[in-house]
Write a protein that binds this ligand. Structure first.
Ligand code: FAD
Length: 476
């Protein structure tokens, strides 16, 4: 009889798992169970009548590295190539990234001359940070905070300003508690193998994907820094769902999983609000804590490890302005925690993707990101905070940091609760304990998604690819 695989969670990780299962030569029967009424999880785009796009989750995907190439391959296979909006290497959104420090915007230095000069907010040329890394001895800790690692290798100023901002931009998190080993494994390994991060990055090569495609070739030739899709990032989960349905995957929305029990035959009984689904194998693409709440009581050791992976909440405010101009042109700016802890940064969406501005006359679109690891202490309870509070906070930041005091022509607010998992110090131990438990108990359960080995869309998709290959005994 054909094997049944149930995929829990219809975010990009669960949909990618369905896609990889469905395109396999030995595809099992696949059932996707998504608790809400829409697919895509945190990938969510609002498309207005005049064609403007507002992203409430991810807005750009990096093409670099094995995981970046893998997503581009998927995009081509889904037939979405014509919809790709690239940000080429020579575009201002690739070259110009800003920090808001000491009450003004500073462009991050780039190129050799930028590294050799003292550029504010730094008090000496950044080339010194590079020299420090080349000279510093190898560390010996099994893990370290990102802030401590960068401070030790590149100096305090880089850690306090650039890395503080970067971690707020990528993880909405605090670099003083996030793990270098789990958040930036490439940097951690570079030091391990070559003593210096710069040497390791230059000589180490990194993981490569031995597959090429015309789209990957174009991304490399034009040095894309990121890409999106014309009608918004949500076109990616939509494409995955269409592909999977065509290949026979059963997709159920409003199908919240309430409980998981193992059966005498060694499979799973999956309890929903209004029924039960049986499966030989489960691929969980749920956040770690959500899965922990569903497991049987005998799996308490596993639940405990899953519950030890925290996540932070982010307030996302999309603003559109008509008849105004930005004071600078670039991807956006980040704000270090010492400047304004709850204001993570502002993305200038119109600069990177003007194609998504819509036809309603000249307008700029901005996204203000608020909260993250500082949400509760700085803004209050994400469960009860009002939209008006977040809009006020966002507009005040746009006025102070970008000098725009006009009323926005369009505003959308979302509070994403527990949306970005935090790989805190020692995260790797939880991953090892989870893997060891699944192996020891021979549980027919695979874990994919942002909670484990990378939060980017690329990482999520790659985790699904690896899990499916392992399940089907195929090379990944
Ligand atoms: P999720 O999207 O969380 O999907 C999990 C799904 O499971 C959800 O649909 C949920 O409804 C469902 N579910 C939960 N419980 C149950 C249950 N009991 N039964 C059934 N279903 C259930 N990444 C980038 O690469 N680039 C970016 O620019 C970027 N920006 C981001 C901006 C924001 C504001 C956020 C929040 C994230 C961003 N990310 C970005 C990260 C990336 O978008 C996420 O890590 C990724 O989308 C997570 O996908 P996932 O499928 O693992 O999880």
């Amino acid at each position: 009889m054909q094997r049944t695989v149930a995929v829990l969670g219809g975010g990009v990780s669960g949909l990618a798992a369905c896609y990889y299962l469905a395109r396999s030569h030995q595809a099992p029967k696949v059932i996707l169970l998504e608790g809400s009424s829409r697919l895509g999880g945190w990938i969510h785009s609002t498309r207005t009548e005049d064609g403007a796009v507002f992203e409430h989750g991810p807005r750009g995907i990096r093409p670099a590295g094995a995981v970046g190439k893998n997503t581009l391959l998927m995009v081509s296979e889904l037939g979405l190539e014509a919809d790709v909006l690239p940000v080429r290497g020579d575009h201002p959104a690739s070259k110009n990234r800003y920090l808001y420090v000491g009450g003004s915007l500073h462009r991050l230095p780039s190129g050799i001359s930028g590294l050799l000069r003292t550029v504010p907010p730094f008090t000496r040329p950044l080339v010194w940070s590079g020299l420090k890394d080349l000279m510093a001895p190898r560390g010996s800790e099994a893990d370290e905070s990102i802030h401590a690692f960068v401070g030790r290798r590149f100096g305090q100023q880089l850690a306090d300003i650039v890395i503080d901002c970067l971690c707020r931009g990528v993880f909405a998190g605090d670099c003083r508690v996030l793990s270098i080993r789990s958040c930036f494994p490439v940097l951690f390994q570079a030091e391990r193998t070559h003593r210096s991060v710069i040497l390791g990055m230059a000589l180490g090569g990194g993981k490569s994907l031995p597959v090429e495609s015309p789209l990957i070739g174009r991304a490399q030739k034009e040095r894309w820094s990121q890409w999106s899709l014309r009608s918004g990032m949500e076109a990616l989960p939509e494409g995955l769902a269409d592909f999977s349905k065509r290949r026979g995957v059963e997709i159920h929305r409003d199908a919240s999983v309430k409980r998981l029990e193992t059966t005498a035959a060694g499979g799973w009984q999956i309890a929903l609000e209004d029924g039960v689904v049986e499966a030989d194998h489960v691929i969980s693409a749920l956040p770690a804590k959500a899965l922990a709440a569903l497991l049987p009581s005998w799996a308490e050791p596993l639940s405990q490890e899953l519950c030890a992976i925290p996540a932070v909440s982010v307030g996302v405010v999309n603003l559109q302005y008509k008849g105004v101009e930005l004071p600078v042109t670039g991807f956006g700016h980040l704000v270090p925690s010492f400047e304004d802890s709850t204001l993570l940064g502002i993305v200038y969406d119109s600069v990177a993707f003007p194609e998504q501005d819509g036809s309603g006359g000249p307008a700029i679109r901005l996204t203000v990101m608020l909260g993250g690891a500082w949400f509760t202490p700085g803004l209050g309870d994400p469960d009860t905070i009002s939209d008006a509070t977040l809009v006020r906070r966002a507009q005040a930041a746009v006025k102070k940091q970008l000098g725009l005091s006009a009323e926005p022509s369009h505003t959308i607010v979302k509070v994403h609760k527990a949306c970005i998992p935090q790989y805190t110090l020692g995260h790797w131990k939880h991953i090892e304990a989870i893997t060891a438990y699944l192996d020891k108990k021979k549980l027919p359960l695979s874990l994919v998604g942002a909670s484990y080995e990378g939060v980017s869309v690329n990482d999520c998709i790659f985790s699904a690819r690896k899990a499916v290959a392992k399940l089907l005994g195929e090379p990944s």
